[in-house]
Design a protein around this ligand. Sequence first.
Ligand code: 4NP
Length: 153
Amino acid sequence: MKVLMVCLGNICRSPLAEGILQSKVDTTKVTVDSAGTAAWHSGEKPDKRSIAVAKKYGIDISHQRARNLTVEDFELFDKIYVMDRSNYINVCRLAPNEKAVAKVEMILNEVHPDSNVEVPDPYYRGDQGFEKVFAMLDEACTIIQKKINQEVK
Ligand code: 4NP
């Protein structure tokens, strides 16, 4: 099972989603990665505030480096989770076919099915924004982990 977390810059939300889900699954059986639809921050570490909030909850994401989403990702990954509607549109624009589009899901739809609730972009907000994003992603990743465990058992 291979899961890709996608946001805009790949420095705030999707690195947290990657680290949180990795902390909950058997990483010998499940691959979790993240990418951004924009390449502005490619090669950079996650935002300091994402590194800090993850560390507070015992997760080290400081080794991650931002990368741009590629068309190959639609072949490599089974499921692609996006954070907001804008990510969804950008990812689907790159998807090579209908099968690829079907892999894309808004991550909070795992918590609130079919409601398209967004994980807000915390980049221009204070530390509280990152706490809130962590809590939202942790709730979603707990549900994703349960689903994955049923599949990889
Ligand atoms: P992310 O947040 O998509 O959660 O990584 C952002 C990071 C950087 C920018 C915007 C959002 N930016 O405009 O550089």
